[in-house]
Ligand binder design. Sequence first.
Ligand SMILES: NC(=O)c1ccc[n+]([C@@H]2O[C@H](COP(=O)([O-])OP(=O)(O)OC[C@H]3O[C@@H](n4cnc5c(N)ncnc54)[C@H](O)[C@@H]3O)[C@@H](O)[C@H]2O)c1
Length: 242
Amino acid sequence: MESAVLRPAVRKLRLPFPKYKRGIGHDLLLDRFSEDCACQESVSSKRKIRVGIIGTGGIAGAHIREYLKMEDVEVIAGADLIPGKAEAFFRRFGVERARCYRNHKELIDSEPDLDAVSICTYNVQHAEPAIYALEHGIHVMLEKPFTVTLDEAIRVMKTEKKSGKILTFGFQPRMSENMQMIQKIVDSGELGKVYYLQAGGGRRRGIPASHGTSFIQKDTGGVGAVGDIGAYSIDMLLKAVG
Ligand SMILES: NC(=O)c1ccc[n+]([C@@H]2O[C@H](COP(=O)([O-])OP(=O)(O)OC[C@H]3O[C@@H](n4cnc5c(N)ncnc54)[C@H](O)[C@@H]3O)[C@@H](O)[C@H]2O)c1
């Protein structure tokens, strides 16, 4: 079980990295969390959005299932470090036409027409594929947690700002009806100035290891429970107070 408490006000988020005094990186990070997503780009209604999936493990299944429901999206390629894994993944979902590659670089270099990628790699492989995709003008749907170090987070955000592309994260709870209601209440002013927030979260049925344990192994997960499950709580807290 894990719980996260931020106080007195999440707007003054104090990052748990003492060597980072408030500076450019810190401001950039806070900006990023407090900014509304104002990115807008016109997309031709005549053609489908071409998507690639980087990392074809457990959560990639949830991504492709949703893409397959969207009439204006076409999954054209995928990549995984483990030979044959991407091919087996696409066979399982009946998308045999998708081209398969061995890693994010090979996929992005070989697919000049990609519009967007889902990055479903384990945590320590979030930053590099995200930066590489944004640098190549590709929108990114990045799984949580954002990154495993503050340096990586800042590098990704700087690249996003430069690229003008959309970077979004796999934090489903921020879209939930509960969160919308919480935001509505906070925005209404009924609670006054919010100075204390608390959130908790945990896994009720142990470690979901059916697809492997990459998210709890240090060399692949990179961070502990706060990064894995706590990331949802922190995201909800930040979202609640805008
Ligand atoms: N939003 C959610 O509900 C949710 C749920 C589960 C997992 N996740 C997140 O999704 C991510 C993946 O989790 P998982 O359980 O699917 O892990 P997994 O280990 O099952 O799959 C990750 C895959 O990525 C591949 N990979 C790593 N680096 C790569 C690279 N550079 N190029 C191509 N392939 C690469 C690995 O070979 C592996 O097959 C984690 O960051 C995890 O926190 C999110």
